[in-house]
Design a protein around this ligand. Structure first.
Ligand code: KIV
Length: 265
């Protein structure tokens, strides 16, 4: 965590991406990504649900343990899924403890910055559990928020969000994700906090950036919100690969003799 503070102080941007499996996690580690997030976007990206609400704590732990095996040297943060920390402080400590014990991750992330959530953050940090906050668009509250909309756009909402960011820092969060907020508000919060902000759809001036890996790599070419750039075209490449494989199997040109084994001499 000290490293992220130092990076902020040095003006070095923090590179974060999500991962949900060992193979991609290893790739991120090899490429020097600073922080790997096992996001509850797992629910949509890997498990095919419509939102982040259905994913369970056991599923998060299962995937986070795989990420840790694939990226043993990386700083791994795991999302606490919906209703694993909202019911009571005791439950949040027990569930976060499970995440750290059973996955080997270094930290958990949770959404919100209201006084009750900050009390939970404080209790977790007091128990020795590192916590990352998450403000702005909070996908676990998608029905209450009324959709995937930019948050904190009017003055009153912006004030509340800035206050909550400060409260999260005060409660001991080591960083705060800002999702889908105006660039102006993100700058204001980033300047006001000692701990780093990690943006997604929050403009160019946060201390770091996170994206859902599969979105960044263009695996889901149809998903193109304004804030997203496809840094690769893996979706197209994968489709072309599947088509070529099917063509060759159907034509009988794969497998060929060079892919075949002979008898023992
Ligand atoms: O679940 C997730 O992937 C996230 C990031 C989008 C920040 O929370």
């Amino acid at each position: 965590m000290r490293r992220f503070l130092e990076m902020k102080q040095a003006g070095e941007r923090i590179v974060a991406l999500t991962a949900y499996d060992a193979l991609f996690a290893g790739l991120l580690e090899d490429e020097g990504v600073d922080l790997i997030l096992v996001g509850d976007s797992l629910s949509e990206v890997m498990l095919g649900y419509e939102s982040t609400l259905p994913v369970t704590l056991d599923e998060m732990i299962h995937h986070a343990a795989a990420v840790r095996r694939g990226a043993p040297e990386s700083f791994v943060v795991v999302d606490l899924p919906f209703l694993s920390y909202q019911v009571s402080v005791d439950e949040s400590i027990r569930n976060s403890g499970r995440v750290l014990k059973e996955t080997g991750a270094q930290a958990v992330k949770l959404e919100g910055g209201d006084p009750r959530t900050c009390q939970t953050v404080e209790a977790l940090v007091t128990s020795g559990i590192a916590v990352m906050g998450h403000l702005g668009l909070r996908p676990q509250s998608i029905h209450a928020l009324g959709g995937y909309l930019v948050q904190g756009r009017d003055e009153k909402e912006a004030r509340v969000l800035a206050e909550q960011a400060r409260a999260l820092e005060e409660a001991g969060a080591f960083a705060v994700v800002l999702e889908l907020v105006s660039a102006e508000l993100a700058v204001e919060v980033t300047r006001a906090l000692r701990v780093p902000t990690i943006g997604i759809g929050a403009g160019p001036d946060c201390d770091g950036q996170v994206l859902v890996l599969h979105d960044a790599l263009g695996l889901n070419a149809g998903f193109q919100p304004r804030f997203l750039r496809h840094f690769a075209k893996l979706g197209e490449a994968a489709r072309a690969g599947v088509r070529a494989y099917a063509r060759e199997v159907r034509a009988g040109t794969y497998p060929g003799p060079e892919h075949s084994f002979g008898r023992e001499p």
